[in-house]
Design a protein around this ligand. Structure first.
Ligand code: CS2
Length: 474
C-alpha cells in the first residue's frame, strides 16, 4: 500500500470560513490565499464548509486537510500541496458548529462558491425565492440549511455578541455577485429580524468578484495517475488549467489578505470584468456544452477540435458577444477570445460537456439571455446565441439525437422536460413561459420567438453539428 498524503495542520486560527468546499475553490481561491499568506502574512487559514455531503471532509481528514492541486498544461502536469485548510465542517451534520465557526471573532471573511442555485434566488430577477424549500425551512427554524440562511443567522449571532460583521465574498459566476448575495441576505434578514436587516444594510460588506479557472471534475483515473507518479495516495486532489484570474472589489469590512501581492486585481468596480468573463467564457462554455453534447462530443476540447464548432464559437465572440461588451480597463476583447480558444483546446483538460450543461436554468440568464436582449435592442442578429438557447431546450428534453436518455441535472429538470412538445412552436412557447428563466421582453419579441422556433426545428431535423455549421457549409 502506498503512503497516504499527509501534512500536520497548522494550529493558527482560521480567518476565513468558506461555504461550498468544491473543487473550484480548492483550485482557485484556496491557492491564492495560501500564496497571499506566504507573501503578506496574517492568519488567513480557511475553515471549509460542505453544505451537502461529507465526502470531501472524509477524504481530506486523514490527510490533515492537505491535498494536491494539479496543473494540467498541454506539455504536462505539475502538482503542489495546498495546506490552507484548518478544518472542514459538514453543515447538515452539525449546523450549529458552522454558525459557531462563522461567528468566531477571528473570522473576517466568509467566502462562497455554492454555485448559481445555492443563492436560492430567481435567476431572471435576482430576488430571493421564498418558495424554495430551504428558504421555507430557514424561515421556520433557527438552524439553517441554505447559504443565505447561514449568512443571516451567523450575522445575527455576531450582532448579538457585539462583533462586527464579516465581509461576504461571493465567488460564484453571477453578474454583480456581491449585489446578488447582499440582496438575498437582506431579503431573508428582513423576514427574520428587521433590525438585523438594517444593521446588515448599514454595516455589511459584499464586494463583487470575478473568478476564473477551468477546473474539471477529478476522476478515479486522475487519482491513480497521481499515485503512480508521486508514490503517495491523495484521495482529494483537484485538477486545473494553468490560467487563473481573480478580480475583487476593494470593499472589505476591516482586514483582508494581501491578495494584491499575488496577482489578484483589486478594483473599484468589477462589473465590466464580470460581464466579459460570464458572457465570453461561461456563455460560450454553455453553448458548446449543449451543442457539443448533442453532437456526441464528450469534452470541450473534443468539441472545439471539430472545425465546425471552433468556427462557430469564434463567430459567436466576434459577431454576437464582443459587440455588446464594454472592455474592462486593460483588456483587449479580441485577444481575450483568442486566449479562451487556446484554453478550450488544452487537451489535458477533460472538461465534460455534461458537467457544464448542468443547471442550465440557473446559468442561461446571465450567460446568454442578457447578451441576446442587448443585441436585439441594438438591432444586431444573434443567430448563434439563439441556436444555443434552442440547444439547451433540446438537451433539457432529456433525449439525445440518437433517441437515448440524457441525465439532465437541473433544479428545474422535471419542469423542463414537461415543457417539451412535438411541435417546436409549442415547445418554445412553453419554455418561454418559465418566468424564472426568461425575461418578459424576450417572450414578447415576435422575431426572437420565430428565430428560436426555427432553430429548434432545425436541431430536431438536422442535428446540432449541421446547425452549428456556417450557412454556406451546411
Ligand atoms: C463552467 C464554469 O461548469 C461551468 O458551468 O462554465 O465552471 C467555468 O469552467 C469556470 O467558470 C471557469 O472560470
Amino acid at each position: 500500500m502506498p503512503d497516504r498524503l499527509f501534512r500536520s495542520p497548522s494550529e493558527a486560527p482560521a480567518g476565513i470560513v468558506h461555504l461550498g468546499l468544491g473543487a473550484f475553490f480548492r483550485a482557485h481561491g484556496a491557492i491564492y490565499l495560501a500564496e497571499a499568506m506566504a507573501a503578506g502574512g496574517g492568519d488567513w487559514g480557511v475553515t471549509g464548509v460542505s453544505l451537502q455531503s461529507p465526502g470531501t471532509r472524509d477524504r481530506l481528514r486523514p490527510q490533515g486537510w492537505a491535498y494536491q492541486a494539479v496543473e494540467l498544461g498541454p506539455q504536462g502536469e505539475a502538482a503542489r500541496v495546498v495546506t490552507v485548510l484548518r478544518d472542514v465542517l459538514v453543515a447538515p451534520e452539525d449546523p450549529q458548529a458552522v454558525l459557531d465557526a462563522m461567528a468566531a471573532a477571528a473570522i473576517h471573511i466568509v467566502s462562497l462558491t455554492v454555485t448559481e442555485k445555492g443563492y436560492c434566488h430567481e435567476p431572471s430577477t435576482g430576488r430571493l425565492n421564498r418558495d424554495h424549500p430551504d428558504i421555507a425551512h430557514d424561515l421556520a427554524h433557527p438552524l439553517p440549511r441554505s447559504a443565505p440562511g447561514f449568512l443571516v443567522r451567523a450575522l445575527q449571532a455576531r450582532r448579538r455578541a457585539g462583533l462586527p460583521p464579516f465581509t461576504v465574498l461571493c465567488c460564484d459566476n453571477l453578474p454583480e455577485n456581491g449585489r446578488v448575495v447582499r440582496g438575498v441576505v437582506l431579503e431573508l434578514a428582513r423576514l427574520i429580524d428587521p433590525d438585523l436587516a438594517t444593521w446588515i444594510d448599514v454595516e455589511g460588506a459584499f464586494p463583487s468578484t470575478m473568478v476564473d479557472r477551468i477546473v474539471p471534475a477529478t476522476t478515479a483515473a486522475d487519482l491513480d495517475r497521481l499515485e503512480a507518479r508521486t508514490g503517495q495516495r491523495d484521495e482529494a486532489p483537484v485538477m486545473h488549467e494553468p490560467f487563473r484570474q481573480w478580480v475583487v472589489e476593494d470593499r472589505f469590512y476591516g482586514l483582508r489578505p494581501a491578495l494584491e501581492q499575488v496577482g489578484v486585481q483589486i478594483v473599484g468596480d468589477v462589473t465590466a470584468f464580470e460581464h466579459m468573463k460570464l458572457r465570453m467564457l461561461n456563455g460560450t462554455h454553455s453553448s458548446l456544452a449543449y451543442l457539443g453534447y448533442l453532437a456526441g462530443h464528450e469534452t470541450i476540447s473534443d468539441t472545439v477540435a471539430d472545425p465546425v464548432f471552433s468556427a462557430f464559437v469564434q463567430r459567436l465572440w466576434r459577431n454576437e458577444i464582443i459587440p455588446a461588451l464594454t472592455p474592462p480597463p486593460g483588456e483587449d476583447l479580441a485577444a481575450y477570445a483568442d486566449a479562451l480558444l487556446d484554453r478550450y483546446r488544452n487537451p489535458a483538460i477533460r472538461h465534460r460537456t455534461w458537467q457544464i450543461a448542468m443547471d442550465g436554468s440557473q446559468k442561461l440568464p446571465q450567460r446568454i439571455l442578457g447578451t441576446i436582449v442587448e443585441g436585439r435592442a441594438a438591432g444586431r442578429d444573434v443567430p448563434g446565441l439563439i441556436l444555443s438557447v434552442a440547444a439547451w431546450m433540446r438537451y433539457a428534453s432529456g433525449t439525445d439525437e440518437q433517441g437515448g436518455p440524457i441525465e439532465v441535472k437541473d433544479p428545474l429538470a422535471a419542469k423542463l422536460a414537461a415543457q417539451w412538445a412535438r411541435d417546436p412552436a409549442r415547445t418554445v412557447a412553453n419554455f418561454l413561459s418559465l418566468g424564472q428563466v426568461f425575461p418578459p421582453v424576450l417572450r414578447e419579441d415576435a422575431a426572437f420567438v420565430r428565430d428560436l422556433t426555427a432553430a429548434l426545428a432545425g436541431l430536431v431535423q438536422k442535428g446540432a453539428r449541421a446547425m452549428a455549421a456556417e450557412p454556406s457549409d451546411g
